[in-house]
Design a protein around this ligand. Structure first.
Ligand SMILES: [Zn+2]
Length: 390
């Protein structure tokens, strides 16, 4: 394939060759030519934090009357999944296909593991991963959404999920949900060590409580030699008001090479992405759950997520908005340790053709994606995935 008249990362127009699914210096003789009309090419968008097993996409509208606390949402969801007959295989396929239409080529999905639903979520998302192989890459985080220590049997299920092939150990608010931070963190670091897998922990805890959990995570990361293998998702505590405390905490995170994933929600304090960048902390992003029992918002568009990161962080200059887009592409890719990610010769031809004069224009305009490629294969055109959702 030869992409004619294309602007890689908004640079000068050129032609880009793709051979055997990789960007190449030269096109093979007789390669199919695609006129890109001077549009910008970026690497595939990276959805580094979502919940494929729990979206309600394609189902009748769910009237949300859930209580205000985190635990209300968790308990409600566990029960409503049964009432709605939610099938994680179908829902994960629907969401993945929607995301592919927006140019996502890689997804890290947290998937619930609990004593109520067992491994049904993991099995369902694994079936979708297999079905969509070659169209989108899905990485699975075994996620103890309902807590582990307060619900005996969950640690064993997490163990089973990791043995089945979940790639990442999840965790959740060690103080706020399990109310036993040491036991929770010892359990997830123990699982990570046993299976030789990285960690990605949800941390909604704010201010000093979240700071305490973060310090405990840093201590275990160093003790287990897991530098570069631990991610904290959300990290609302880093958006706290006491900037001298947060600054010291961020320096320790940088030293332990702990990554941050922010969804930049409007409803919570968020980590300051420019500060993280200055410290060299890898930062990724994701849509989190959307159109689910937690809330009605969201669509899986990672260009829109880049805009949210920009708005939430007061990023206005072009070079700043480019940081937000970098988080939704290279940042997530680095955290997920994707091999051959990028637009250079030899990189995998996972890419999106976007509309706009510049990268910032592409983020703010968010026109339907003209073309999405995965391994050099067209997976979406004009905003629509080539696959039909179930
Ligand atoms: Zn989440």
């Amino acid at each position: 394939m030869l992409l004619k008249n294309v602007r890689p990362m908004g640079q000068t127009a050129t032609d880009l060759a793709i051979t055997d699914g990789l960007f190449a210096k030269m096109a093979a003789p007789g390669a199919e030519e695609i006129d890109c009309g001077g549009r910008i090419l970026i690497p595939g968008l990276v959805e580094a934090h979502t919940h494929l097993d729990k979206s309600l996409l394609g189902l009748p509208w769910y009237r949300n009357e859930v209580g205000p606390r985190l635990i209300d949402k968790i308990t409600n969801e566990r029960e409503v999944k049964v009432a709605l007959g939610l099938d994680p295989r179908v829902q994960s396929e629907r969401q993945s296909i929607q995301s592919m239409g927006f140019g996502t080529t890689h997804i890290r999905s947290h998937v619930d593991v609990d004593t109520h639903h067992g491994l049904a979520g993991i099995e369902g998302v694994m079936a979708t991963r297999e079905k969509l192989a070659g169209y989108v890459d899905i990485e699975i985080v075994a996620f103890p959404q309902s807590g582990m220590i307060t619900r005996p049997g969950t640690v064993e299920m997490m163990d089973a999920a990791l043995a089945m092939g979940a790639e990442v150990v999840g965790g959740l608010d060690p103080c706020g949900i399990d109310r036993d931070p040491r036991a929770h963190l010892d359990a997830i670091f123990g699982l990570a060590e046993k299976h030789g897998k990285p960690i990605d922990i949800h941390l909604h805890e704010r201010d000093l409580l979240g700071g305490y959990s973060t310090e405990e995570i840093i201590a275990r990361t160093l003790a287990h030699g897991m530098q570069g293998k631990v991610t904290i998702s959300h990290a609302f505590c880093l958006g706290g008001m006491d900037r001298s405390y947060v600054g010291a905490l961020q320096e320790q995170l940088a030293e332990a090479r702990i990554h941050i994933i922010t969804t930049a929600p409007a409803s919570a304090p968020v980590p300051a992405v420019k500060e993280l960048k200055e410290l060299g902390i890898l930062t990724g992003s994701g849509s989190d759950g959307f159109r689910d029992t937690w809330g009605p918002y969201g669509n899986g568009d990672m260009l829109e997520r880049a805009m949210f990161i920009g708005q939430r962080n007061n990023l206005r200059r072009d070079d700043e908005v480019e940081i937000a887009l970098d988080i939704c592409t290279f940042g997530g890719a680095a955290i997920m340790e994707l091999k051959g990610y990028g637009l250079a010769p030899g990189d995998k031809a996972d890419a999106v053709l976007v509309e706009g004069e510049t990268l910032t224009d592409a983020v703010v305009s968010r026109a339907p994606r003209k073309l999405v490629l995965k391994g050099g294969k067209v997976t979406a055109r004009d905003g629509t995935c080539v696959l039909e959702a179930p």
